[in-house]
Design a protein around this ligand. Structure first.
Ligand code: GLU
Length: 424
């Protein structure tokens, strides 16, 4: 028997949601009680204060976190989020999902996530650099190429990863490029990493369209979120021949049934920072975008945007989860009961990012670099294999696709913990 004594440290809607997913999966595979709680709860976390000197001479103290969920199967891996609504509970849930994701696709990693409570758009470039460097300085003894390897997530990018790699390298006294992934190419970043998550979402969506015998040229797509993942997903699906009929960011969205000019939208965002007032179609709210009649709905922003309030109203054929945790437990139940929507669950759908992060880490450790074609070819092969195993698990046990993906991911972590003993 195992007894868990947990505080309210991580307690939040999103952490409870991740725990509920775990409980359902653990029940479905009859995971022994003795291994459950230590597979489920994060291994450790660090909370830090980050003082940053502002342009006007004042000092603002930001709060940051890193949660390492699982270190039993290799260094932990996962992005760092800069967002004004970050909470420790959210970071813990995201770290948990990283464990199942890396395990599902067969990477030699555990799961982790970091976050800082900040709206990066409110900072000047130099304030952002100071914040990023200070975060890494505080993490120096907690991360490392063989301990925990951060990467970009919502609100962070390759420039920030470059500053973090430099801060860490200065501390250890040599170039340590493998300490973070998603770096600029000049600092050991991988070809194809920037577009990897979206390229993976689009590739898997295309594969599921093929399974449903829907020609990609007849598919219409609505994408929520126009950051790295959303914009790259839209671009890659458009390249495959799909029509992107709606895009959005936190300021609202654009709907155009004739298809959105993505080049124009990207150019607009480059200068205006958001899609606000972009004239490539009719304005649409984020809520209405999710309920659009389309072949593919790709939520690529934040968690819990599809709940019991809108799950009955979805009109898509495929729900491609570019974001982590976009669908609540209640919505999952509703969608399963409806039976007319194929979910590509987050841990499979957006795994392209961490897969190419793994390639970047390998290239850094071996100092031998691959071409973009090699990266993408290896990425798609790994996604094919993960898709196959999820769909086999789904039909073998009559699970939903999410349950199939989670049970595979969780089983491998639990097996590793079981084999190693109590310590890790
Ligand atoms: N933040 C991304 C994710 O949620 C990428 C993590 C990584 O590359 O380590 O999967």
């Amino acid at each position: 028997m195992s007894k868990v004594i947990v505080s309210s440290l991580y307690d939040s809607d999103v952490f409870r949601m991740a725990c509920r997913q775990f409980d359902l999966a653990a029940d479905a595979i009859s995971l022994p009680e003795a291994i459950r709680d230590r597979t489920k709860y994060p291994r450790r976390c660090l909370a830090v204060s980050l003082p940053v000197k502002r342009l006007d001479g004042s000092v603002t103290v930001f709060e940051g976190y890193r949660v390492q969920h699982n270190l039993s199967t290799g260094p932990s891996k996962g992005g760092i989020r800069f967002h004004q609504h970050v909470t420790l509970g959210e970071v813990a849930a995201l770290a948990m999902w990283m464990s199942w994701k890396t395990s599902l696709v067969g990477l030699p990693y555990g799961g982790a996530k970091g976050g800082v409570i900040v709206n990066p758009n409110d900072l000047t470039e130099s304030e952002l650099e100071h914040l990023s460097r200070r975060y890494m300085q505080e993490m120096v003894n907690f991360v490392g190429p063989h301990i925990d390897v951060p990467a970009p997530d919502v609100g962070t990018n390759e420039k920030i990863m470059g500053w973090m790699m430099d801060t860490y390298s200065n501390h250890v006294g040599h170039v340590a490029s493998a300490v973070v992934t998603g770096k600029p190419i000049a600092l050991g970043g991988s070809q194809g990493r920037r577009e990897a998550t979206g390229a993976g979402v689009a590739y898997l969506t295309k594969r599921y369209l093929e399974d449903l015998r829907i020609p990609v040229s007849q598919a219409t797509v609505a994408v929520q979120g126009f950051g790295n993942v959303g914009s790259e997903t839209a671009l890659a699906l458009a390249n495959y021949g799909a029509k992107i009929i709606a895009i959005s960011d936190y300021t609202g969205g654009i709907h155009n049934p004739r298809g959105i000019d993505l080049g124009k939208a990207l150019n607009y965002v480059r200068y205006q920072k958001t899609l606000r007032d972009f004239d490539g179609g009719d304005p649409i709210s984020n809520e209405d975008l999710l309920e659009l009649d389309c072949t593919v709905l790709a939520p690529c922003a934040l968690e819990r945007v599809i709940g019991d309030h809108n799950a009955p109203k979805l009109k898509c054929r495929i729900l491609a989860e570019g974001a982590n945790g976009p669908t609540t437990n209640a919505a999952d139940k509703i969608i399963e009961a409806r039976g007319d929507i194929e979910i590509i669950p987050d841990v499979l759908c957006n795994s392209g990012g961490v897969i190419v992060s793994y390639f970047e880490w390998l290239q850094n450790l071996s100092n031998f670099y691959w071409s973009r074609d090699e990266v993408l070819q290896k990425l798609f092969a790994m996604l094919d294999k993960a898709k196959e195993s999820v769909d086999a698990q789904k039909s073998k046990f009559k699970f939903s696709r999410r349950l199939a993906a989670l049970t595979l991911g969780i089983q491998r972590v639990a097996d590793a913990k079981q084999s190693r003993g109590l310590f890790p």
